[in-house]
Write a protein that binds this ligand. Structure first.
Ligand code: SAH
Ligand code: SF4
Ligand code: F3S
Length: 474
């Protein structure tokens, strides 16, 4: 995502907005039916859409980037907050116009909102023909056939095994340089505010060999960066059938890092309770594992963290930050997720969140107002009792502080030379390139003779809270 002169700090409403709508690339589609996919929510969903595109290609569908051209439209949905679902419902309203014009058009709901609402979706949203949960994507061609014959088609079965390990994703909207690789699915953590364990099911890790193969394949095809994805990557654990080979996350990182020094590795998301010194040491050992950790805190107060069922307290989190700084240095990029106004949070407890942010000196963050999700532990046990205005005021205080911290952290780079992987032409100007440094910060600089996919050494001369600005010195 290009972020020059934009806020790095994504709020409750604009995190999804920034990622949206993302559509698939056009393919040559002679005599083929056409599929249009739009993805919402987290990177896992964007990665899943690439699996769905692969499954549909096998069933004879080409992808299109134009909804108007499509025979089938899929919305790969998110349920994390109320407004994420509202966005999808608004989009369905727009699609109703298309469907009126072309009654044979099929509309499918995939992903987390589909899983949460199941067949209710068919009653609530008349336009929907197909409902498929995150573990049902192999079944999609069959569901499409059913829908073509005029029946509504639903599969929301959650699996304990499915990892789509053998499916080669079709890279959608790719810059040809960076790609996501899903290494695990589901989540066993049961944070009390979170709908993900209900929408994505039990945690399972993907075959390590298939992950390394996918990364190797990407590198052979010119990609220079892979991001290993999971809700909680640090609990990755895979064993072969006989149990003679086991791979944990640190070992997986190492295997991918060994593919080639020019292949960068990132990963997301780390859970503070699970990130180990072994992972930090592996990061320190390999230059191509990026020096950046996304370590969601959710709150800086131990009582609130307990209510959230995060299984660590403020001191534990601070200890993890200290280990990161000790092993990976002060410059290691660090970002967070934070929730403002969780059930019963007092003003003092909110202040603890702000003081934790000052302590951790985060480079950036994703910040949200608490949104009660039906069926979660918090919805059952605690009252959503912080008034909307108070939540928003606390959220704004968190965002302002993060702006200040981001600017301070970015200023540290002024005068330094940063190794930048060039990802794109800057959206603001054809004469500028944009890429990211080791710490995941967007760096923008004049093009010169450089090209997408190359590494450049950039002297940083200026910055905003969102972007480093400089010039290539080679
Ligand atoms: N697996 C990741 C988070 C996935 S959800 C982790 O554990 O860190 C992404 C973020 O959405 C969460 O970190 C949390 O900050 C936010 N979030 C989840 N449920 C929420 C809710 N009910 N209201 C507001 N924010 C929420
Ligand atoms: Fe949700 Fe917690 Fe799992 Fe993250 S670790 S997906 S916040 S339950
Ligand atoms: Fe949303 Fe599901 Fe991701 S709820 S954040 S799309 S795991």
């Amino acid at each position: 995502m290009e972020r020059i002169a934009e806020l790095t700090i994504l709020t409750d409403t604009d995190k999804e907005a920034c990622e949206l709508p993302r559509v698939s690339v056009d393919e040559l589609a002679v005599n083929k039916k056409r599929l249009y996919i739009e993805s919402y929510g987290c990177q896992m969903n964007f990665s899943d859409s690439e699996i769905v595109a692969a499954v549909m290609r096998n069933a004879g569908f080409a992808t299109t980037s134009t909804a108007e051209e499509a025979d089938v439209i899929f919305l790969n949905t998110c349920a994390i907050r109320e407004n994420a679902e509202q966005k999808v419902r608004n989009r369905l309203k727009q699609l109703t116009v298309l469907k009126k014009r072309k009654p044979e058009l099929l509309v499918g709901m995939l992903g987390c909102m589909a899983e949460r609402l199941k067949t209710n979706l068919l009653e609530e949203e008349k336009i929907v023909d197909i409902v498929a949960g995150p573990d049902a994507y192999r079944d999609i061609p069959k569901l499409v056939e059913e829908a073509e014959s005029g029946q509504k088609a639903v599969n929301v079965f959650l699996s304990r095994e499915e990892t789509y390990a053998d499916i080669s994703p079709i890279r959608l909207n790719s810059n040809g340089i960076t790609a996501f690789i899903s290494i695990m699915r589901g989540c066993d953590n049961m944070c009390s505010f979170c709908v993900v364990p209900f929408t994505r099911g039990r945690e399972r890790s993907r075959d390590a060999h298939s992950i390394v193969r996918e990364a190797q394949d990407l590198f052979d095809n010119g990609y220079k960066e892979v991001t290993l994805l999971g809700q909680n990557v640090d609990s990755y654990k895979w064993a072969n059938e006989s149990g003679t080979e086991t791979v944990n996350f640190a070992q997986l990182l190492e295997r991918v890092a060994l593919i080639h020094p020019d292949l960068r590795i990132r990963f997301s998301t780390s859970h503070p309770k699970d990130i180990t010194d072994e992972v930090l040491h592996t990061m320190a050992q390999y230059d191509n594992i990026c020096n950046y950790i996304h370590l969601p805190a959710q709150s800086g107060n131990s009582r609130v963290l307990k209510l959230m069922n995060r299984t660590y307290d403020r001191e534990w989190y601070i200890h993890k930050v200290d280990r990161i700084r000790a092993i990976l240095g002060e410059d290691c990029g660090l970002s967070h997720d934070m929730i403002a106004g969780f059930c019963s949070e007092t003003e003092e407890e909110h202040q603890d969140t702000l003081s934790l942010m000052e302590y951790a000196k985060y480079d950036y963050g994703y910040m949200f107002a608490y949104s009660e999700r039906p069926g979660t532990l918090a919805a059952k046990k605690y009252a959503d009792d912080i008034p909307h205005e108070v939540k928003m005021r606390r959220l704004n205080e968190i965002i302002s502080l993060q702006q200040k911290l981001s600017l301070e952290r970015n200023k540290r780079h002024i005068g330094q030379v940063q190794r930048v992987l060039i990802e794109n032409t800057s959206k603001r100007s054809e004469d500028f390139l944009s890429g990211r440094n080791d710490q995941n910060k967007v760096v923008v600089f004049p093009k010169g003779n450089l090209k997408k996919g190359q590494y450049a050494n950039v002297l940083v001369t200026d910055c905003t809270p969102a972007t480093l600005i400089g010039e290539a010195i080679d």
